[in-house]
Design a binder for this molecule. Structure first.
Ligand code: UD1
Length: 420
């Protein structure tokens, strides 16, 4: 297993290009299953999760071509095997996103249950209940969701108890080809949900209200082909900005947008950073200062994203003062706290709350990545720790950060990848 070796102490300076959003491109690629015609997706990040969903679509019978690095062409007209096997689903929960499109287009699907993951049980009951409301017969046997619908899905009125990102996306895709109108209440408002809706509308879907908590989908008979450019990755953007803030640096993130991460930028300003925004860039200047500790409570968009919680925990560990983090979205998303403590961080946990007292010194240690964003927090800690930190199991990072060591090295960090 590859490891990262990071020698701390360099203040990050320079420019970094932000990639397309992982959490947009995965549902968009799943959405390609809704049409027989050719779809061209641009600004695709080169990530292990993208490879996984491409494998998944490929084994179903879709034709995928990678052209010019960041572009993928998909033709799903040949799909004849609407199944998502455990071997692929277990490595990536987002595989559940094929369920809605397969059912809507082919009338049947067999998709492995994703099961739990390191950050909590993460059930998919909302996805299943919503599709059942649209007329699907669904059973769960032997770890697989078996779904079928006779005569096509029908529009339905669906209300989520808790805001669910992939739940909203799965039902929105299913509803795009259902008969009649579907209303999703308490829908997720995340930019990636909006990106998926805009993509589907480009192919001829009739979706309105995306970006609000009520999405209305008027089903259409068929979707066409089209070309679509994926949104910038707001979590990748935020991660580099936190890295700069922790190291007292000054960086510009390019090909990204400030309105995707206002809650994060606000916390960086509270931490003492000067932030400037342009049409497609965000700059952060820390003027060599140590950040001030910040209090954070995660919440669905437009609240503070749970996918940035671990990075801000790393920031608080070296900040001036005390910060409190409350995680309201997932039950068990503090695994990074135990690894950060091994580097000298002062963190107390109590249920879904972490109390962090900043100190000016972290010390390098061998640490282990446990999930995607937890891994990012360990890399950030390594950038400021005294000595050389070894982060093991970085396959988690490769799921969601394109070329992270190249991008950090470009900003001056001393980081390399070694094969175990
Ligand atoms: C998505 C993101 C993930 C992000 C999360 C929250 C993708 C591929 N992943 O994950 O990066 O951390 O949103 O912003 O976009 N829940 C249920 N039943 C369900 C579905 C969800 O109880 O059927 C609960 C979950 O356990 C969790 C909450 O709802 O407590 C929110 O989860 P959800 O938004 O669905 O997360 P994901 O879509 O899996």
């Amino acid at each position: 297993m590859d490891k990262h070796l990071i020698t701390g102490g360099v203040s990050l300076q320079g420019e970094v290009r932000i990639s397309g959003a992982k959490n947009s491109v995965l549902p968009i690629l799943a959405g390609c299953l809704l049409t027989d015609q050719r779809v061209i997706i641009k600004n695709v990040p080169h990530l292990n999760d993208v490879t996984t969903i491409m494998k998944l679509l490929g084994q179903m019978g879709a034709k995928l071509t990678i052209s010019e690095g960041l572009t993928i062409e998909v033709e799903a007209g040949g799909v004849d095997n609407p199944n998502a096997p455990y071997e692929l689903v277990r490595t990536m929960r987002a595989s559940i996103l094929v369920l809605g499109p397969l059912l809507a287009k082919h009338g049947r699907a067999t998709v492995s249950l994703p099961g739990g993951c390191a950050i909590g049980p993460r059930p998919v009951d909302f996805h299943v209940q919503g599709l059942a409301k649209m007329g699907a017969e669904i059973t769960v046997e032997g770890g697989y969701i078996q779904a079928q619908v006779k005569g096509g899905l029908k529009g339905a009125h669906i209300k989520f108890d808790i805001v669910s990102v992939t739940g909203t996306e799965n039902l929105m895709m299913a509803a795009a080809l259902a008969k009649g109108t579907t209303i999703i209440e308490n829908a997720a408002r995340e930019p990636e949900v909006q990106d998926l809706a805009n993509f589907l509308n480009t192919l001829g879907a009739n979706i309105q209200g995306h970006g609000t908590d009520t999405i209305v989908i008027e089903g259409v008979k068929a979707l066409s082909g089209g070309t679509y450019t994926v949104l910038p990755d707001r979590v990748e953007t935020g991660t580099y900005l936190v890295a700069a803030a922790m190291t007292g640096g000054r960086i510009v993130t390019k090909s990204t947008k400030g309105n995707l991460l206002e809650a994060v930028l606000q916390k960086l300003e509270e931490a003492g950073a000067d932030i400037s925004l342009g049409e497609d860039w965000i700059s952060l200047d820390m003027r060599g200062n140590r950040p001030k500790a910040v209090d954070i409570q995660t919440a669905p968009f437009p609240g503070f994203p749970t996918d940035m919680q671990a990075q801000f925990m790393a920031l608080n560990t070296i900040a001036i003062g005390k910060g409190t983090l409350v995680e309201t979205v997932f039950e068990n998303r503090f695994m990074h706290a135990h690894e950060l403590r091994r580097m000298g961080a002062n963190i107390q946990l109590n249920g879904n709350t972490a109390f962090i007292e900043g100190n000016s010194n972290l010390n390098a240690a061998p640490v282990m990545a446990t999930d995607l964003r937890a891994s990012a927090s360990l890399v950030l800690a390594g950038l400021v720790a005294k000595g050389t930190t070894i982060v093991d199991r970085i396959y988690h990072i490769d799921r969601g950060y394109e070329c992270i060591e190249e991008k950090l090295a470009q900003l001056g960090a001393i980081i390399k990848r070694v094969a175990a």
